[in-house]
Design a protein around this ligand. Structure first.
Ligand code: SAH
Length: 190
């Protein structure tokens, strides 16, 4: 059910911008679930570029992709997403349909390795230049863990400041969820 989980809700919105043969980026591959979703969505003629700074996340994502995706349409980089413009070949700049960020720490792993506001915002800036017109950036933001609240407010403040004539920014939040909020911010490039 689309509304049972905020990420499945996000994916239903992204489906609209994901076409067969398209280009997508997973900026935080983590356990690889979103990478698999993107790989399946763009199909064998498309391509997915994935980033993570942890070897464990890259290895986990690689084996999940090998098991669950038929197309070898992906390239993973063990590198910070703030450097994505250097890793993604120039021919794809301005042609990316969907970019996903899933912030915070890798569940079931070292909780001290977290995404940080400065590098996240640098990566979001780069993402905006990679997107095609009609492309969508999707950022799942977690508050509650140490450092999470600051990242939540800084990333949303950055997105709120984007020029209305060039981008539309939509925020969704499951407002009856107990505990800390999970927010998803979508940036639509006009
Ligand atoms: N909080 C999410 C999962 C987040 S996974 C959930 O609960 O489902 C976030 C991933 O971002 C981690 O695997 C971490 O290693 C990665 N990461 C942290 N900093 C990064 C950076 N600068 N560039 C790319 N990936 C990064």
């Amino acid at each position: 059910m689309i509304g049972s989980n905020i990420l499945s809700f996000a994916k239903s919105i992204l489906s609209d911008a994901l076409e067969s043969g398209g280009i997508a980026v997973d900026a935080t591959v983590g356990n690889g679930y979103d990478t698999v979703f993107l790989s399946r969505s763009v199909g064998s003629c498309g391509h997915v570029f994935g980033f993570d700074i942890q070897e464990e996340a890259i290895a986990q994502t690689e084996s999940r992709l090998e098991e669950e995706c038929t197309a070898a349409n992906w390239t993973l980089f063990k590198a910070g997403h703030e450097n994505m413009l250097e890793y993604i070949p120039e021919e794809f700049h301005g042609r990316v349909g969907v970019i996903m960020f899933n912030l915070g720490f890798l569940p079931g792993s070292d909780k001290s390795v977290i995404t940080k506001p400065e590098t996240t915002i640098a990566a979001v800036r780069s993402s905006l230049s990679l997107l095609s017109v009609g492309g969508v950036l999707c950022i799942a933001i977690y508050a509650g863990h140490p450092g999470g609240d600051d990242e939540d407010s800084e990333v949303r403040q950055f997105c709120r400041s984007l020029d209305y004539h060039s981008y539309r920014v939509v925020q969704s939040e499951m407002i009856n969820k107990p505990g800390h909020p999970i927010r998803v911010v979508f940036v639509f490039k006009l």
